[in-house]
Design a binder for this molecule. Structure first.
Ligand code: TRP
Length: 332
């Protein structure tokens, strides 16, 4: 039997290159090797944007278009919507008793996001509980392999704590521990040189960006502010064009040669940016073209089929969990 791979994204706009190298690429490559579940975490997103239903709905469609455009095959992987699998919500409620408030407040992923969003004093309970909800996502499918970026590691750790606690308290071997699968680059920096490419920082290249926008972003990329003349020696470390070339340029030898030349002087930023632009365009052009052909109706068809398949699996887990906890009183 194949192991289960599961991962999801909160819908808050479109997916960018950071998502691609952090996780999407792995999902596409591995979809057939595992029983794969890829989902849109709209309930989790609600914990931060409950007051903007329009944005949420639009983002769900965009994210699924991105999934299909990068090559996730809905006949191979199950693509579904978190909100349409109520079993996950019920599991979340049961797991709430296995986690202390102090532990949630200490979760580094939660802490960082609270700071970023300036929510420290007004955090909704739902937001604080999203690690529990995420543990429900994972365990509902007995998922063992979770392709994610580095920022998600504390959430997987918290999930495994819940799993161990549950199995110990109820003296069962029911829930499975999971392990992260990090991507080629689990934290792609933004084009401005900031530590992480993200929507909120406005420094990301989106999979759906037009060729013109892509060019604009690459040409505006942060390099070495002290590298004024082409003949000047330049810095490679912290130079985002090189960081991206390391990830996206397949000929590593060539990148090493370019680094050497750049350090010595005589290699211009524009030459490097043109090379990177070619690489990114080659990657994104087919994705962009496929994306244009995907209709919103098709997106909802895929989600409907996938959600039905996902529910069957989650229902089976929920039954066993109810049984273990002692809240299964009769058949059906
Ligand atoms: N927390 C993830 C994000 O920020 C989304 C997510 C929700 C997820 N549930 C998950 C990822 C389960 C992996 C496994 O985008």
């Amino acid at each position: 039997m194949k192991q289960v791979l599961l991962t999801g994204d909160r819908p808050s706009g479109m997916l960018h290159l950071g998502h691609y190298v952090g996780s999407l690429q792995n999902r596409v490559q591995l979809q057939g090797d595992y029983e794969s579940y890829i989902f849109v975490a709209d309930v989790q997103a609600l914990a931060a944007c409950w007051d903007n239903p329009k944005l949420l709905r639009e983002s769900v469609v965009e994210v699924v278009k991105d999934y299909l455009a990068v090559g996730i095959d809905p006949d191979v992987a199950t693509i579904f919507l978190q909100s349409q699998v109520p079993e996950i919500a019920e599991l979340t409620i049961y797991y709430m008793n296995l986690v202390t408030l102090a532990r949630l407040e200490r979760n580094p992923t939660v802490k960082t996001e609270l700071e970023q969003k300036g929510m420290s004093d007004s955090v909704p309970v739902g937001f604080l509980c999203h690690p529990i909800n995420q543990a429900a996502d994972i365990t509902a499918f007995s998922a063992e392999v979770i392709p994610v970026g580095e920022d998600q590691l504390p959430l997987l750790e918290q999930c495994n704590e819940i799993v161990r606690r549950f199995n110990r308290i109820y003296n069962v071997n029911l829930l499975k521990e999971c392990r992260p699968l990090l991507g080629a680059m689990s934290r792609l920096p933004g084009i401005d040189g900031k530590a992480k490419a993200s929507k909120s920082l406005g420094n990301a290249i989106y999979l759906a960006d037009t060729p013109e926008l892509l060019k604009e972003k690459v040409m505006a990329m942060y390099t070495d502010p002290q590298h004024i003349k082409v003949s000047n020696p330049g810095h490679v470390e912290g130079n985002i064009v090189f960081t991206y070339l390391d990830v996206f340029h397949s000929d590593k030898e060539e990148v090493n040669g370019l680094k050497e030349q750049y350090r010595k002087g005589g290699l211009g930023d524009v030459t490097l940016k043109k090379l990177l632009l070619e690489d990114l365009d080659a990657l994104l052009q087919p994705i962009r073209e496929r994306r244009l052909k995907i209709s919103t109706d098709h997106v909802f068809d895929v989600l409907k089929t996938g959600t039905a398949r996902a529910r069957c699996k989650a229902q089976a887990t929920l039954e066993s969990v109810r049984e273990a906890i002692g809240v299964r009183y009769f058949e059906g």
